[in-house]
Design a binder for this molecule. Sequence first.
Ligand SMILES: *Cc1c(COP(=O)(O)O)cnc(C)c1O
Length: 225
Amino acid sequence: MIGANIEKIKQQTGQKVKLIAVSKTKPVELLMEAYTAGQRLFGENKVQEMLGKYEQMPKDIEWHMIGHLQSNKVKYMASFVGMIHSVDSLKLLEVINKEGEKNNRVINCLLQIFIADEETKFGLDKSELIALLESDSYKQMKNIRICGLMGMATNTDDESKIRLEFRGLKQLFDEIQHRYFANQPTFKELSMGMSSDYLIAAEEGSTLIRVGSLIFGERDYPQKG
Ligand SMILES: *Cc1c(COP(=O)(O)O)cnc(C)c1O
C-alpha cells in the first residue's frame, strides 16, 4: 500500500518534483516498506528520532530535517543530514556552519519563509531573509550551502488562499535567485506542499514536496511542524 501511495503521488506531480516521505512518528518497518518501493528521501521533524532511524535504516537514504530546530541539537545530525529545511535565523545557520566545519562537510540548507497567516508557523519574512543574505557572517560561511527556500501554507480549506501563498513564495524565490544566486545553480529548491496541498504546490513551482500521512496513514499524535 505504501509503495502504491508513493507511486500515485509521483505520477501526479511529475519528474521535476522530488518526493520527501515524511516518516515522523512512524516505525522503521513502515519506512522500510517505502524504502523497498524505491523511496530514498525521508523527512523527520525531531533530531533524536531522525538519528535513531538513521542508525537503523540503509545508508543510501537522504535524510531531510523539516521541523523547527534548536541550535543545540544540530550536532547530533551534522555528520549525516542531507538537507535542513527549517533554517529560520542567522544564529541557527551559524551553528550549522560550525558543525559542518567540525564534520568537514558542507551542509545543504533551505531558508524557511513565513507565508501563512498563522501565529504557529516559523520562518523569516522578506526583510529578515535579505538581512541574513547580506550579513558579513553569512558571506563568510564555508560549510553551509543555501539550496533554496521552504514554506508552509495556512492550514485552510480555501484553495485559492493556499495557491496565493505558494505563488508569493515562488515569486520571492525567483527574485532572491536572481539577486543573490545568479551564478549558483545549486540554489534551485523550493520546498512547499504537504499531504493536503502538494498538488497546488506542484502547480505553483515546488521542487520538493513533503508528504507524510498520505503515504504512511494518519499519525496517532498530531504534530506541529
Ligand atoms: C509533518 C510535516 C509535513 C507532512 O505533513 P502531512 O500532512 O502528513 O503530509 C510536512 N512538512 C512539515 C514541516 C511537517 O512537519
